[in-house]
Ligand binder design. Structure first.
Ligand SMILES: CC(C)(COP(=O)(O)OP(=O)(O)OC[C@H]1O[C@@H](n2cnc3c(N)ncnc32)[C@H](O)[C@@H]1OP(=O)(O)O)[C@@H](O)C(=O)NCCC(=O)NCCS
Length: 181
């Protein structure tokens, strides 16, 4: 699916591409504060990132780089992938790599913008995500924008040196109303 440019009050979203290859981006992925609850782990190199970005470009998926409007700085990424067209569902993920920009409401603004695009334009029915219960900021962000817990997997994955619980969460497009939601 073609990834369109998007825009919100303080942020711009452009398709993630090789143009985003940088040592700073590699450093995000190797920062334990950033990757603590991610699948990627550390030990990323510029060559690994180049390969990843080439793959993203080839796949033609909804994967955006998030830039500050004020100075163009690349501060994170957000994706909606995979999309299941038959079921009208899609998986959402966000990584705000620039720690100095955390806590300014950018994660929330970006999530709302991209999810609204999925609901209003793509007419997707349901957006899903997985999050480690100990990832306090992410759980707060998701609950704050209306995601509900649908599954709670006990001691499901190894993160930050210990087995952690993992939540599956979801948010429905309000144009589809279900009696039990
Ligand atoms: C989780 C993450 C996306 C949050 O991004 P952010 O830009 O800092 O989020 P926001 O500033 O929009 O904050 C969203 C909410 O989370 C809260 N929050 C942010 N950081 C927090 C923290 N360290 N502790 C507690 N709450 C926090 C904010 O107060 C806000 O809640 P509010 O709207 O009720 O005030 C970011 O920390 C990140 O990318 N972390 C590393 C990668 C990651 O874990 N991604 C998620 C994988 S599931």
């Amino acid at each position: 699916m073609r990834c369109p440019g998007l825009d919100s009050a303080r942020l711009q979203y452009v398709p993630l591409s090789l143009a985003h290859l940088s040592q700073e981006y590699v450093d995000w992925l190797n920062n334990p504060d950033v990757n603590r609850f991610l699948e990627t782990g550390g030990n990323y190199s510029i060559e690994m990132l180049r390969k990843f970005l080439e793959d993203v470009e080839k796949k033609n998926i909804l994967f955006w780089a998030i830039h500050l409007k004020t100075n163009g700085l690349h501060i994170g990424n957000i994706k909606i992938d995979p999309i299941n067209e038959r079921h009208g569902t899609a998986e959402y993920g966000i990584l705000m790599g620039r720690v100095s920009e955390w806590g300014k409401g950018y994660g929330k603004e970006a999530s709302e913008c991209v999810i609204n695009y999925c609901f209003d334009i793509l007419k997707l029915r349901k957006i899903t995500l997985g999050v480690v219960l100990d990832n306090v900021a992410a759980v707060k962000l998701y609950k704050g924008i209306g995601f509900k817990v649908e599954g709670h997997y006990k001691k499901h994955g190894l993160y930050d040196g210990k087995y952690c619980d993992v939540l599956r969460m979801a948010r429905f497009n309000p144009i589809f109303s279900y009696d039990d939601q």
